[in-house]
Structures are given as C-alpha cells and as structure tokens.
Ligand binder design. Structure first.
Ligand code: AHR
Length: 784
C-alpha cells in the first residue's frame, strides 16, 4: 500500500506514466566513499562571526587607522580619549593596540559589540583573554542590551610591561545583544593589544573551538572531505591579500590577523590551517587544501618568484602529514598534534586559468608530485584545463538557474571515461533561488542524481558556499544560515544531507523513463550584449504573434536600460564602447508576452574587439535565451540558454566594420537564426526535464537506495520495476516537499522544508509509488 499520499494529504496526480527499472543485482560504477564533501570559505562571516567561537570582533585590533577605531570597537563617554595606537604587544605579529586615556571622572569606555551582539547564556562560562599595559585597572564588564551587568572581571594594572591576563566570567543572564565594556578605573592611560571572549562550551569542547549548532549542521552532513579555505579567499584581490596558512598556526594570540581579507572584513586567523586539519579529523573527513598558485584577482607572481608558492604548498603538506621529526611536522606536534593528519588533496589555485595558470600549475604539480606522489592534485578548469602537466582531478564550478541544473542532470553521461576525474567543487542555484528555496534544492537534487549515476567520472562534489551570517550576506544563497544564536539549513542543505547520508556504495543498472514537458513559448525582454567587443546596432524590430512591439524609429537613449557597459544612442543607432566582458542593455518597455511566434530583426556592426554580438530574446527573471554570433573568441555562432550553449552551434566569424542583417525567429519549440538572410542554425528544443531518479546499493545494509526528484507541481505516480532478484516487501523512505517552489526555511521557521521519514509495505517485484509535487524522495528497499 502506498502511504505517501495519505501522509501528505495529496490527491492531485498527473496521468503521465513514469517508469524506473532497476536491476537489483547488476552494478555499474562504484561511488567514492568521500564523494560528498563541503566547501568552506571565509565569506559571509562563515568563520569569523560564525563557525569560529570568538565572540569579539577584531580582537587583535587588526584594522583601523589614525582616524578610525578597529571594526567593531567604539569609544563611549567624554571623560577621555580612545584611539588606535602604533604601540603593540612585542613579537605577537599585530601592529596596533587600543589606547584608552582617562582624564577625569565620568564615563570613558572602549566597547565591543561582537558580531551584531555578544550572545550570553545564563550560567555559561566565557574565557576573557587580554593583553594590556598601563597605569590603571580596567573594569571589563559584559553588559546586556538594557545596560545591566551580566558578568565582569577586573584587569589589574600592568605598568610599562605588556601582560597577558585571562579570566573566566560566568554570565548571570541571557542576552543576545550584549557587549564587552572596557573602562579604566583610575586616571591614566592603558593599552589593550588583544581582547578575546571565547565560550567554554564549544563543539567537542575544544579550547580554540567552534560554535556548536553550526558545527553540528556540518557534522550531520558526514562530509567525505572538507575543502578549505575557498574560493576567492585563497586568491585575494592582490597577492598580499591571499590566505597565508603559515600566519594561521601556532598560539592564537600570536597569529597575524588579516586586516582586510578578500571578502572585505578583518579576520583573526583563529580558524587557521591547524584547526581546519583538526576539524577534518574530528569529522572523519579527508582534507582538501587549496594552495595559492601565485595568482590573485589582479596580480600574478612572475615565474622566477614562484619558489615561495611552491614551497608554501610543500610545507603545508609536511605540516599536515610529515613525521613529527620533520621541520613542519615538528611544529604541528608542538601545536598539539603529534600524529600526522589526513591531507589527501592539494588544489592548485582557485578559478585561475589561461597560459599563466598553465605554467604555474605545472611548476607546483611537478614539485608536489616529486616529493609527495600520494597527494592527489586538483586543477582549475578556467579557460580550458592546463596542458603542460598531467591532470588528475579537475574542479568544475556551476552557478546558474534551476533550469540549467535540470538540463544538466545528464551532463556527465557523455564525459570521456579516460579523461581526468571530476570534482564539482562549487555549484548552487544562484538565480531564482530566493534566499535558498525549494526550487533551487530540487534542481540541485536532479543534478546530483546525474553526478551520482556517473560516479566513475564525478568523484567528488561540494555545494558552495556553506555558511551565511544574515548580517553580512555577501553571496546568496548558502547552505546554512545563521545569526548570533540561531541557525537553519536551507532546502539545499537538506538535499546535501540526503545525498551524503544516503550515498550508495555502487550504482545499480537502472533506466528512467519520464516524458519531457513541452517547451514553454517564448516570453520576456529583448536586449543587446557584447563580450570584449565594441559594436553598433540599428533598425531593431520586434514582433510577437503578428503584433509589432518595437520598430526601428523608436531607438533613443530613454528606451535603453543599461545594465553594464558604455551604451549611447545617436542617429537611430545604439553603440557599445566598452572593451569589457558581458556588457548588456535591454530595450525598455519591450516585453514579449508568452507567444507562439516572435521575430527579432536588427542590423549590427562590430567596431573592434575579440568577438561579435550577443542578441537576447526572451529574458525572464533568472532565465536567458541568446544567439551568440562570433562567440568563443570569434569562432562560433550558437544559441545559448542561461549562459550555456544549446544546440550544435555553427563555425563562424564576425568581421569588423561590416553591417550584418540579423534575424531570430522563435516559433513553438523551434528557434531559427539568420545572418544576411541565410539560415545559420535551426534549433529544436524539448522542455526542461522535471523528473529524475538514481538507484544504487548500500552493500552493508543490503538495501537498494533510490533517490527520485519530482520537479512538477503535481503528484506523480512512478512505476518502479525491480528485476534481477527479489526485494523485501517493506521499505523505509524520506520525503522532502513543499507546496510552492519559492518555499524557504527561516530563522523563525527553520524546519518548514526538510526530509521527513515514512515507511511502506507491499513492495514486491514492482512498486507503484506516488511522489508528491515538488519533492525529493529517498526509498531504501531491502534485497532478498
Ligand atoms: O562560492 C563563492 C565564490 O564563488 C568563490 O569564492 C569563488 O571560487 C566562486 O566564484
């Protein structure tokens, strides 16, 4: 009997047959036990003000200048002066201290509100550590939002010498918006070179520890590996800003903080390389460390200055895995871990590419492999993969809309089995995803089904980014959302959880038959785009279902909505004069309604640059349809959806200085592109798929593990046929569903969308199972 509809109170069903046939005995490929991992980057306050337990902001006074106190510090009161001072604790690697001078009675205090409030729990204990100097005692009070004292310590005078003072404070009340208030008790001057407040109750009780709820979200994912520390964070805008692991180890108070990391905020380096390796060990995960390869977003180290980057990567491996007798292994032992860690992968650079990357990849790869042949290397795929040194694993990144992920659910079916292994190191629906909605999660689940089915090619995958503090959302969406006390997993987080916790050991031979939906008729806005090219456009006409929506004589500046680039209009022509990538302008007030037939005509002329023109026809929120003429460095004309090539494309070039007649027709599911009156490509498309499934076997439990994704807004009955051997009659499952694609979890409703268990019986050689609308279902069926 099928209990699911009853459980969910669902009746609506589509009558389209969907069939999944599974051979319960015949396996195809093995799934890497470490397939599903996590991507940790210091972005969105993921570590600082997030996972890392520190409650005070800028504890080492790392940023600020003569005119500005460090981020998070404020001066309160009139009875003195507070400034940033060049005096600093000797040998501690931090250039500043806070100078607090009391000149009279009354209030003068340095206040730190932590990361949008210091959260205190009644009865909980906190370790206050300070480096101070000066001729007054300091009253260090934890003050609640209403000014009440919730704990305090008195820091003694230390005279001219810097002194380290540590006190444990027990909070006498709950408050999420508390602050630390430092008040000199007597007239005189004190310097504070460091002020840290760590909760004693951290994940696994570690002293330089992690916030419990956030660490538990991660451990529930049972990550196979942890990639660290990014992301762009590893690159930096300039090389001086790149993460330097050597500054992130050793006693925390002596670590050199980063005044302004890639994502714009100061970081203490408290969650450093050693903590990362320890975290992997605690999680039972493999470590995948990303090493800078001498390339930042705007600077590249000359090849004769690459020694440092090569050496840093070699030393990182020795620190992690070397014997305690080696130079860096000894330091690891001194830092509390005599046994080697389990560093398995080094990724050489992040999103670096082109010939500069090629040569640097080869330099680093050669040196690493010569010394540590067991370390597996991950290369970037930007602008093509490196050619000068053999590849082991390559890191693909995908950020797009839900349709992209559905369309690409089968992408790895066609990958070369003899090519390098694939690590999908970053992927997420970033368009049409709200702040992490069900639509995004379902389409990621569909994509993951394809990765899992092709687990011989895709060996590892990590959703990105992992964390966001709601007070500094720099990237959207993310898997785990938090403020200073609460947190939740987005639906995408739960999809990661499903795949990781229900990863089969091997894929079973299976076939999925589901009808493809109709392609939606064209609709949306019309626009022009260039890519490293200057160009002119004129005589634009747009027609839909026989109605003229725009005509040549309507071109004027106010009809252009400029998204990016230098766009001007003169004498009926539109000109784009920037040489940058991705310059876009839309025609204002032109919106194709859902039409069976639409035509766009225009003339275009290339003025200079690398490519030709990109014409956008049918631009809806989060979705694009384009004809790209002279794309891929002026070699191909091709249709694109959401930035990705669809159809075959046709070799072609756009000449400079010549006016071209362009026409795009869209009729039902057919798009035709004409250049100078000649048909260049006819594209026939099906609709975006909205059902997929993957089946494998959990060998230890001897269970068939099926994951099925229904992206349709109707319940759908799926016929599962089991061949090759008998299956048990009872099964257990999980279903994650919601009644709307835009449904999200939130801090106040954290569990709205999450997997819920169910069980069913009456399974035999067949199972007819109704899957709710918008759902991901896991079925675990015993083999007999
Ligand atoms: O995941 C966020 C960012 O996206 C990463 O820093 C970068 O690698 C990618 O572009």
């Amino acid at each position: 009997m099928n209990l699911l509809p009853l459980l969910l109170g669902l009746t609506a069903q589509s009558n389209e047959p969907i069939q999944v046939t599974i051979d319960t005995r015949q396996t195809t490929v093995a799934v890497n036990p470490a397939m599903y991992g996590i991507f940790f980057e210091e972005i969105n306050q993921a570590g600082e003000g997030g996972l890392y337990g520190e409650l005070l902001r800028t504890r080492g006074m790392e940023d600020g200048d003569a005119t500005k106190l460090p981020t998070g510090w404020q001066a309160v009161g009139e009875a003195g002066r507070i400034s940033l001072d060049a005096t600093s604790v000797p040998n501690e690697g931090r250039p500043h201290s806070l100078r607090i001078e009391r000149v009279g009675a009354g209030q003068i205090a340095a206040v730190n509100e932590g990361f949008w409030g210091v959260p205190l729990k009644n009865g909980a204990r906190y370790r206050l550590t300070m480096w101070v100097r000066g001729d007054a005692e300091i009253d260090a009070t934890l003050e609640g939002a209403g000014g009440q004292r919730l704990g305090n310590a008195v820091i003694p005078k230390s005279g001219n010498e810097w002194r380290r003072i540590e006190r444990t404070i027990t909070a006498s009340g709950d408050d999420n918006k508390a602050k630390l208030v430092l008040t000199p008790k007597q007239l005189g001057t004190v310097w504070v070179g460091y002020a840290s407040l760590m909760p004693l109750d951290t994940w696994r009780g570690r002293s330089n520890g992690f916030r419990k709820d956030l660490a538990e979200h991660v451990s529930a994912l049972k990550p196979g590996f942890v990639r660290f520390p990014g992301g762009c964070f590893i690159e930096g805008q300039v090389l001086g800003q790149a993460f330097d692991w050597k500054k992130s180890i050793g006693p925390v108070e002596a670590r050199r903080p980063m005044p302004r990391s890639f994502w714009g905020y100061p970081t203490s380096n408290g969650l450093g390389y050693h903590e990362y390796l320890q975290w992997c060990e605690d999680l039972g995960s493999r470590a995948l460390f990303v090493a800078n390869c001498g390339m930042s977003h705007s600077e590249i180290a000359p090849t004769d200055k690459m020694d440092r980057y090569v050496q840093d990567a070699l030393d990182a491996i020795e620190y992690a895995n070397g014997p305690a007798t080696s130079k860096w292994g000894a330091l690891r032992a001194k830092n509390g871990h005599a046994k080697p860690f389990n560093l398995r992968y080094i990724q050489i650079g992040n999103e670096n590419g082109g010939p500069n990357y090629d040569v640097r990849y080869a330099m680093m790869a050669k040196a690493i492999k010569a010394r540590y042949p067991e370390i597996q290397l991950v290369a970037n795929v930007w602008d093509g993969v490196p050619q000068s040194y053999p590849l082991e694993i390559i890191d693909e990144h995908y950020y797009s809309n839900p349709a992209f992920f559905w369309r690409n659910a089968n992408r790895y079916d066609a990958y070369d089995r003899k090519g390098p292994q694939i690590y999908v190191g970053e992927y997420a629906v970033t368009r049409g995803s709200g702040q992490g909605n069900l639509d995004a999660a379902l389409s990621e689940a569909a994509f993951m089904a394809g990765m899992e089915r092709n687990a011989d090619v895709v060996r590892m995958a990590s959703y990105a980014p992992l964390f966001v503090n709601v007070n500094n959302r720099q990237w959207n969406p993310n898997a785990v959302v938090f403020d200073n006390t609460r947190s939740y997993g987005t639906p995408s987080y739960w999809v990661q959880w499903i795949y990781s916790n229900h990863r089969p050991d091997r894929i079973l031979k299976h076939e999925v038959r589901a009808p493809l939906p109709q392609l939606e008729p064209v609709a949306g806005r019309v626009g022009l785009q260039t890519w490293r090219t200057q160009a002119e456009f004129r005589d634009i006409e747009v027609e839909a279902d026989g109605r003229k929506l725009f005509s040549a004589d309507q071109v004027s500046g106010d009809r252009l909505e400029i998204l990016r680039g230098e766009w001007t209009t003169a004498n009926g022509a539109i000109r784009q004069s920037s040489d940058e990538e991705n310059r876009q302008a839309l025609l204002r007030g032109v919106e194709i309604p859902r039409s069976q037939r639409a035509t766009l005509r225009l003339k275009a002329r290339k003025i200079s640059g690398a490519e030709g023109f990109i014409i956008m026809m049918g631009l809806e929120p989060g979705r694009e349809f384009q004809w790209n003429l002279g794309g891929w460095n002026n070699t191909v004309h091709a249709f694109q959806r959401d930035g990705e090539r669809v159809g075959r494309g046709v070799p072609g070039q756009i000449e400079t200085g010549r006016w071209y007649d362009i026409r795009i027709e869209r009729e039902g599911n057919v798009s035709r592109a004409y250049l100078d009156g000649k048909l260049v490509e006819e594209l026939r498309e099906a609709g975006t798929p909205n059902f997929t499934a993957v089946a494998g076997v959990d060998e230890k439990a001897n269970e068939i593990v099926i994951k099925a994704v229904n992206g349709a807004g109707t319940a759908r009955t799926v016929q599962f046929d089991f061949t090759g051997g008998r299956v048990g009659s009872t099964a257990r499952g999980l279903v994650m569903t919601g009644n709307r694609l835009d449904a999200e979890n939130s801090l106040s409703n954290p569990d709205r969308i999450r997997p819920r268990p169910f069980s069913l019986n009456g399974v035999s050689g067949r199972l007819s199972q109704t899957l709710p609308p918008y759902s991901v279902t896991v079925l675990r069926i015993p083999r007999r």
